[in-house]
Design a protein around this ligand. Structure first.
Ligand code: FES
Length: 313
């Protein structure tokens, strides 16, 4: 080993001991600001007050439609493409200096589509964790600012004040871009809206796994069990007729512990936000979860319960 390599090696070990990977680039100023925002408690009272208002809408079909249970995917990120696309297209026309009527129409289309998009976003936001709520509230304030600016832009254009309409439109596009960046952070960095049970399939594969002795598993009570060979937890339910069910333990919505949930009409209800998953196949009977919970086939051999991931239908 050369002297330089030795020195680098020591630096690397020291960095690892301090919990910092060697040569890891520091996040940029913007990212540091967003990360600070995640942990800023100063406006938590406001966050929780808004959340109470949002959650006043009872859970049920309306909220499920807004979450996207019918789609199997959150609605908000998809519907956001309409206002963003319309306003971006209007900006292109404004820059090129033509198509005044088309630009005006696009600004209007963006405003019309912003309402349902915001409703879907608020429905999802109301179920998030605190760091996500903080970022999500600023995301919505930026988007509301964009709506206000585009409303002014449309009003100016309708009065024939094209320059003012364009200026307000560009300001609105800046606000919606900043809001979109925070939305991306929420989804990709903070995991809002992603499937939190996605890793189960790659861990368990298509093999049978031993859960444990059936004699130790109580009746009509969700029990958390570890598949040691797959580094994965499942929740097992044994009914009074000795039928066995198993689902992935971590709720696909935001990772809630299903073994701490309640059994309701052949389903298991998540203790965190109340999604219910059918025991037989993991189908999400109610949201806010938009996806199906991984479900397992079961068999008993020599007094041991074994499970295997159900293949997709
Ligand atoms: S974690 Fe939200 S419903 Fe389970």
């Amino acid at each position: 080993m050369t002297r330089t390599t030795e020195r680098n090696g020591h630096r690397g070990v020291r960095a690892l001991l301090e919990g910092v990977a060697p040569n890891r680039p520091r996040p940029g100023a913007v990212m540091r600001a967003v990360e600070r925002l995640e942990h800023t408690e100063a406006y938590d009272d406001l966050v929780m007050s808004v959340r109470r208002v949002v959650r006043a809408v009872p859970t049920g079909p309306v909220r499920d439609v807004l979450h996207g249970r019918w789609l199997g995917h959150p609605v908000h990120p998809m519907s956001a493409q309409v206002p963003i696309g319309a306003w971006t297209s209007a900006a292109v026309l404004d820059v090129l200096g033509g198509g005044r009527r088309a630009a005006r129409t696009l600004v209007g289309v963006g405003l019309l589509s912003a309402g349902p998009t915001a409703l879907a976003g608020w429905a999802d936001w109301g179920e998030l964790k605190k760091p996500q709520l903080r970022v999500g509230l600023v995301h919505s304030v930026l988007n509301a600012t964009a709506v206000a600016l585009y409303t002014g832009s449309l009003a100016a254009r309708l009065r024939g004040r094209e320059s003012a309409g364009k200026a307000l439109g560009f300001a609105g596009l800046t606000a919606v871009a900043a809001g979109g960046a925070l939305g991306g952070h929420l989804a990709y960095r903070q995991g809002a809206g992603v499937n939190h049970a996605d890793q189960v399939e790659s861990r368990v594969g298509s093999d049978w796994h031993t859960v444990g002795r059936v004699a130790e598993i109580p009746v009509d009570e969700p029990v958390r069990c570890r598949l040691e060979d797959a580094d994965t937890d499942v929740v097992v339910v044994r009914d009074a007729d000795d039928r066995w069910y198993a689902l992935a333990e971590q709720c696909c919505h935001l990772g809630g512990p299903l073994s701490e949930g309640d059994l309701v009409d052949g389903c298991l209800r998540c203790p965190w936000h109340g999604s219910t998953f059918r025991l037989t196949d993991g189908w999400n009977a109610t949201g806010p979860a938009t996806g199906t919970q991984p479900a397992f086939e079961t068999r008993v051999k020599s007094g041991l319960l074994e499970v295997r991931l159900r293949p997709p239908e």
